[in-house]
Write a protein that binds this ligand. Sequence first.
Ligand SMILES: NC(=O)c1ccc[n+]([C@@H]2O[C@H](COP(=O)([O-])OP(=O)(O)OC[C@H]3O[C@@H](n4cnc5c(N)ncnc54)[C@H](O)[C@@H]3O)[C@@H](O)[C@H]2O)c1
Length: 336
Amino acid sequence: MLIIGGAGFIGVNAAHSFAAQGWRVSLFDNLSRHGAQSNLDWLRQRHNVGFAKGDIRDREALDKIFAERPYDAVLHLAAQVAVTTSVVNPREDFEINAMGTLNVLEAARQHCPQASLLFASTNKVYGKLEELQVVERSGRYAYAEQENGVSETQSLDFHSPYGCSKGAADQYVVDYSRIYGMNGTAFRQSCIYGPRQFGVEDQGWLAWFAIAALLDKKLTIYGDGKQVRDVLHVGDLIRAYALVIEQPDKARGQAFNIGGGPRHTLSLLDLIALLEQRLGRKIAPGFGDWRAGDQKVYVSDISKLEQMLGWTPQIDVAQGVGRLIEWVKENRALFA
Ligand SMILES: NC(=O)c1ccc[n+]([C@@H]2O[C@H](COP(=O)([O-])OP(=O)(O)OC[C@H]3O[C@@H](n4cnc5c(N)ncnc54)[C@H](O)[C@@H]3O)[C@@H](O)[C@H]2O)c1
């Protein structure tokens, strides 16, 4: 298995899990993300994994790692991950997320066209979803009608350079399966959280809140804090990755929404309350203006994945956030 972006949060958790199951795992990563080196060191203390430092914009470097052996599975997780950064530097965002993904697809087409190729897409491909009516219930926002959340039948509507670059990549992955008969699958991921997530204010909000609360860093809520997201523990995500690899006939050419779904949601204020309960003290966040394009609600309809691949989230939010808090507590030095 080759994991591109393998030293990131999801990548290192995936590598740990698959290596423990006996997979021979290689990673490719340019280590640009803060925490990536620490993740790699942590992984290497536990497993004998291959690693090549390289950038997905560099076709020769990709060609070299793909030529090493005929991989059965490729997880493509490398990305410029923040909407805010994409607005500041849209060209770089495009080159990494859109062009970089094309480079990965072309390398896979040449070297391992029958490998399962799983692309980490995003719920941002559906845009702001302004047509979905939102109501307030018990101090948090909710969809007035879409009780099951947003399904894959929702029109694509790319907002922000990040939405455009990831959305283009998502469509390339789906189309390469159609046109070249490859085994590509796009996972339109909602908020994923868990250990080894070096969350910052701009990306990985759940981990960021936990880190900021535990280390007494300044914590700002943009908007009123009643905004709701479905959240999924990385362990549940990786079980779904494994199911895609096990069932290529069902997963080929598909895009799936994946997140905690309607049963695993959190508002920002819910998370503050959960953290207060776990830490046994009050947290006093600041409040700022709503961020441009921020949705009041996003909840994934995960029924397609549940029905087609037999997957369902198993880690409940309180338990999962508890595990994240433990990891932050045990690794304070990483965030100082
Ligand atoms: N974490 C989430 O909540 C979430 C939600 C939706 C989608 N995603 C997607 O999942 C994937 C993984 O996310 P993550 O949270 O693990 O992010 P991450 O930033 O922790 O991991 C990404 C990894 O890619 C590497 N990378 C970045 N640019 C690269 C380049 N040009 N060449 C090679 N390596 C490069 C980084 O060093 C990092 O190790 C990303 O594609 C992201 O867009 C994540």
